[in-house]
Design a binder for this molecule. Structure first.
Ligand SMILES: Cc1cc2nc3c(=O)[nH]c(=O)nc-3n(C[C@H](O)[C@H](O)[C@H](O)COP(=O)(O)OP(=O)(O)OC[C@H]3O[C@@H](n4cnc5c(N)ncnc54)[C@H](O)[C@@H]3O)c2cc1C
Length: 315
């Protein structure tokens, strides 16, 4: 698309269009070449306006939430990237809470940060989302990845998921089970790109809890992460844990903890994270991934499968 005349977005004050937009500032890895077009969509209206435009211009669409589980290509992405996220201090409009006796229905827009939503639930005395505090990323990304921590996953309290079906143009609400969620898997994550469904909103049923206990638990989770996981530029867990093993332990036992290729390497804090010390590339991350897979296979006969999503290089 580069080299062609600039396209016009529908006039909408909260839709900003960037061209040749570096993806490195949209991923927690700080890696990624330019997207032809990029829109920051802080709410549903902005998302729908951007999608309508992409449809009219026949552009393929890639959705980024927090970009914390994505390896963006060095060659960038063709078409439109929609960054579907809003900062926590502006997320309140994306949350609706209905009290239903001993549980509450939390209806949350895809753009809301997971950490903010988890803390909001704890603060209101509703349990079941404390695990999300300290995780980077959005409700949309967490839903597609079936994110989880401390024994709880997104699917555990998911009541419904509202999606836009790009094939029919219809907005549909499905029961949470429609996603067929399993360990870091959903039917949407399994789809080839460009994908058919965009997550707009989810509803979760959260049981009553003790506010003070939940806030303490949330702080504990956040503090645990700071102590046990890298805090700089990195992606999420590189590999899913191959039951009954732990990917980080296998990488460490294979002697790869701290191993680097250029400025990227397996974290010395937790070997299942790949950190970027600055100027790293997707190619280097892929080389590290292949090295770990080969070494762990040779030493222990265990296959490592990636949990992060590699968007691949453009053709
Ligand atoms: C330091 C660190 C620690 C982490 N710890 C954990 C952990 O403990 N547990 C865990 O599960 N994960 C963890 N992660 C990974 C990641 O943070 C979570 O999986 C997170 O929920 C992903 O959300 P995101 O918004 O960043 O998604 P992204 O990485 O932006 O996207 C993930 C997927 O969702 C798609 N997507 C995003 N939004 C939408 C939407 N609205 N509609 C359709 N598709 C969409 C993307 O296209 C992509 O396929 C960690 C990551 C980091 C960097």
């Amino acid at each position: 698309m580069r080299g062609s005349p600039p396209l016009a977005l529908p006039t909408k004050p909260d839709v900003k269009l960037f061209t040749d937009a570096p993806l490195s500032i949209r991923t927690t890895w700080r890696i990624g070449g330019p997207a032809d077009y990029l829109v920051l969509a802080a709410d549903r209206a902005a998302m729908l306006a951007a999608l309508e435009w992409a449809d009219a211009e026949r552009l393929p669409v890639t959705i980024f939430g927090g970009g914390s589980n994505l390896l963006a290509p060095d060659g960038g992405l063709r078409g439109l990237v929609i960054c579907s996220r809003t900062p926590g201090d502006r997320a309140e409009n994306l949350l609706k809470v209905e009290e239903l006796g001993d549980q509450a229905r939390f209806t949350v827009g895809a753009q809301a940060p997971l950490t903010w939503t988890g803390r909001a639930a704890a603060n209101l005395g509703w349990a079941g989302l404390d695990w999300g505090v300290g995780l980077p990323g959005t409700i949309g990304g967490a839903t597609v990845n079936n994110a989880g921590a401390h024994g709880t996953e997104m699917k555990d309290h998911l009541e419904t998921v509202t999606v836009l079906d790009l094939e029919t143009g219809r907005i549909e609400t499905h029961p949470g089970t429609w996603l067929e969620s399993a360990y870091r898997y959903t039917a949407i994550k399994a789809m080839p790109r460009p994908r058919r469904y965009i997550v707009l909103e989810v509803s979760m049923l959260l049981p009553k809890g003790d506010r003070a206990e939940l806030l303490a638990l949330a702080d504990h989770h956040a503090e645990f992460r700071d102590r046990t996981q890298p805090t700089g530029a990195c992606g999420g867990s590189t590999f899913a844990n191959p039951y009954p093993h732990y990917a980080g332990k296998l990488i460490e036992d294979a002697g790869l903890k701290g191993f680097m290729i250029g400025p990227v390497g397996f974290s010395t804090v937790h070997a299942n994270f790949i950190v970027n010390e600055g100027g790293g590339t997707a190619a280097q991350v892929r080389e590290l991934i292949a090295t770990a897979q080969q070494t762990v296979r040779d030493r222990f006969g265990v296959e490592l499968h990636t949990e992060i999503e590699d968007l691949g290089e453009p053709e």
